[in-house]
Design a binder for this molecule. Structure first.
Ligand code: MN
Length: 344
């Protein structure tokens, strides 16, 4: 721990400091669990799986685990990691796994604003102050005390962009199509394939480095995966444009009942917020998607005024202009909609 605290005194770039701090922390432990947020998106899975490949490559003697459940439509991202692992066989014998306890384990939390959004058992590691966080979501200062160290860059387009830059030395040498594809998918996902305002010169610089080593076939594969929609999603987009409802001139809303998902997956419904967000006039788009148990998942998008504080009030959070929340029932959805209509 001492060596890693010393790193912070070196007069050098934050990126380099955090890169070293993380590697030091990993080297002092036997096992690393990489966490990301619930209901993962391509950035969460891209950064998680890419970091797992990178650490497996650097530390073949350590156990590297990825926590969390992945929805079927994004399983291809976990599969890319499993493919890449074949190039980096672990030197760890299975039997010795059992000797590892939490005291020799650290957790790295990626792309997750709040602790309670972590997908997996992080509590033990949290109590021992063994969580390291890498993220691009802005959070209130006190939240960082939950971690032994944090690396937050709110200007980064995505956590995948941060990982690509942090491990530039590995990435620029890498011939792994899986690693490059995961990082590219994460960045493309969070930037709406480079259309959103979070896309910066640094984003293009990072992607440029990836694409330089990336076959057009791999790029086509990722673009197809991210850019195409399934039949359920096509139905849901039609439903979104059909049933959109203006709470006032500035706020467009939609409620998607569970029955509308009709055989698809709840995660398919994120396309509805993408659809409403594209409307020229309203400043705010809000979608409430009903879960099987009658609770709702809320998606919020704003063009200018931050909505993440409002999301936090409803058990959520996220970026100033793109956030998520939860409502326990239809009444709570109505309450949130009412609050939006009043404020905007
Ligand atoms: Mn992200």
């Amino acid at each position: 721990m001492e060596t890693y605290m010393k790193m912070f005194k070196e007069p050098t770039s934050r990126l380099y400091v955090n890169h070293n701090a993380l590697l030091d922390l990993v080297s002092m432990n036997d096992k690393v669990i990489i966490f990301r947020h619930i209901n993962p998106d391509p950035d969460a899975l891209g950064s998680q799986n890419a970091l797992a490949i990178i650490l497996r490559q650097i530390f073949p003697n350590k156990i590297i685990e990825c926590a969390g459940n992945t929805p079927d439509n994004l399983k291809w991202m976990d599969n890319l990691r499993k493919e890449a692992y074949k190039h980096y066989p672990t030197r760890r014998k299975r039997a010795s796994d059992q000797l590892i306890d939490d005291s020799r384990t650290i957790g790295i939390v990626l792309d997750t604003a709040n602790l309670d959004r972590i997908d997996g058992d992080y509590e033990g590691l949290h109590e021992m102050h063994k969580l390291f966080k890498i993220d691009h979501h802005p959070v209130k200062h006190g939240y960082n005390l939950d971690y032994c160290n944090v690396f937050i860059e709110t200007n980064a387009s995505s956590t995948s962009e941060m990982i690509a830059r942090m491990f530039d030395d590995v990435v620029k040498e890498s011939e792994d199509r899986e690693l490059l594809a995961l990082l590219y998918a994460g960045i493309a996902g969070d930037t709406g394939r480079f259309m959103y305002d979070n896309t910066t010169n640094i984003t293009f610089d990072t992607v440029g480095r990836l694409l330089g080593r990336f076959s057009s076939g791999s790029r086509h594969y990722v673009n197809m995966k991210l850019g195409s929609i399934n039949e359920y999603q096509a139905n849901l987009m039609g439903y979104a444009y059909d049933r959109r409802y203006y709470l006032n001139d500035n706020v467009v809303s939609l409620v998607v009942p569970y029955s509308q998902i009709r055989g698809g997956h709840e995660a398919d419904a994120y396309v509805t917020i993408g659809a409403l967000q594209r409307l020229e006039k309203p400043e705010i788009a809000v979608v409430a998607v009903e879960n099987e148990d009658g609770s709702y998942r809320i998606h919020l998008r704003s063009k200018f005024k931050p909505i993440n504080e409002l999301a936090a009030k409803y058990n959520g959070g996220g970026h100033p202009l793109a956030a998520g929340a939860k409502a326990k029932d239809r009444d709570e959805v109505a309450k949130l909609f009412h609050e939006l209509a009043e404020e905007w």
